[in-house]
Design a protein around this ligand. Structure first.
Ligand SMILES: NC(=O)c1ccc[n+]([C@@H]2O[C@H](COP(=O)([O-])OP(=O)(O)OC[C@H]3O[C@@H](n4cnc5c(N)ncnc54)[C@H](OP(=O)(O)O)[C@@H]3O)[C@@H](O)[C@H]2O)c1
Length: 290
């Protein structure tokens, strides 16, 4: 089982880079709150941020990161303690179309976030069919060689999509598959395949989108370990080797969601949580798209 994390911990990816063990999710944060939420998260110690073209917040996330990176300069303090290389910014392609549109789209994301490069760029879904997926992936491979992107990955890819992509003539292998995974949707087969292929699973909706916080088993597990339901769910994710992306705009919840070192779920606890699997989809599920 993976060790319990601190916010500074990172996991290694198959391309030799690394990413923070937990990221802040930013889906459904509105224009006004995104900048403040990301800035607060940075001050708490978060270094990973999950955005997407579809969330329409790349600019606010990037602006908050840039503000934080240059804050010490403005204050006249030593800027050396804050480095772009400590930050991990993820964004995702809105739709799989053509090679040219993907290249243009990557440039637009780069301009919006203003971060100089994108740490991880994902195909947000497999929609569009095999040819579009391959063309868009070719654009990601080229953007990596040009230094615009550090790592490439996919999201919501099912086993069939991954098999198809991995069997094509790849120059760069995807490093990540970002999928919905939590105790109420454990996706054992897909997770096993990703891990066997060396793809890091990023867990979206690690808090079940807030829908199972009061579930009796989760609550009793939290009572047993004197922690909160959110902490149980996030630690379940980390101990399964995933990189969870809990979303909140509330400062005290950001602190809570990252405070996982005072308890440890046992193998038996994990099995009890695994048994809650009901295949629950809280958002969308393109993993069986054509
Ligand atoms: N690739 C994809 O297709 C995809 C799809 C969905 C999501 N994602 C990514 O994954 C991230 C997380 O998913 P998500 O935002 O859907 O759901 P989530 O992180 O599972 O849950 C977020 C919900 O939990 C609440 N919450 C957060 N911390 C809490 C705590 N300590 N106690 C009680 N409630 C708490 C939040 O409310 P408050 O904000 O009010 O605190 C919000 O309502 C997204 O933000 C996005 O970055 C990716």
């Amino acid at each position: 089982m993976a060790a319990i994390l601190a916010l500074t911990d990172r996991v290694s990816l198959c391309n030799g880079t690394s990413m923070p063990s937990v990221h802040l999710g930013t889906y459904l944060t509105n224009d006004n709150e995104t900048f403040i939420a990301v800035l607060e998260a940075l001050n708490i110690g978060y270094r990973g941020f999950d955005s997407a073209q579809m969330y329409d917040n790349e600019a606010q996330v990037g602006a908050a990161i840039n503000h934080w990176l240059h804050q010490d300069l403005e204050d006249g303090n030593d800027p050396a303690v804050r480095s772009r290389s400590d930050i991990h910014f993820t964004t995702k392609l809105a739709s799989n179309s053509s090679y040219d549109e993907t290249k243009e789209s990557i440039l637009r994301s780069l301009e919006s976030c203003g971060l100089g490069y994108i740490d991880l760029f994902l195909l947000h879904s497999p929609y569009g069919g095999p040819e579009a997926r391959r063309e868009c992936w070719r654009a990601i491979e080229d953007a990596i060689s040009e230094g615009l992107i550090r790592s490439g990955g996919v999201s919501n890819f099912g086993k069939r999509h991954l098999e198809e992509l991995l069997a094509s003539d790849l120059r760069v292998k995807p490093s990540v598959n970002q999928i919905e995974v939590h105790p109420f949707n454990t996706r054992t087969e897909l997770v096993g395949y990703c891990q066997a292929q060396g793809l890091q699973v990023q867990a979206y909706c690690p808090l079940v989108h807030g829908l199972r916080m009061a579930h009796a088993t989760v609550v009793s597990m939290a009572e047993k370990h004197s922690c909160t339901a959110a902490q149980v769910l996030i630690q379940w994710s980390v101990l399964h080797g995933f990189v969870p992306l809990p979303k909140t705009t509330q400062k005290q919840r950001m602190v809570e969601n990252a405070d996982l070192s005072k308890f440890k779920l046992s193998v038996e606890d994990l099995a009890i949580l695994d048994s809650l699997d009901e295949g629950l989809v809280t958002d969308w599920d393109p993993t069986d798209a054509l």
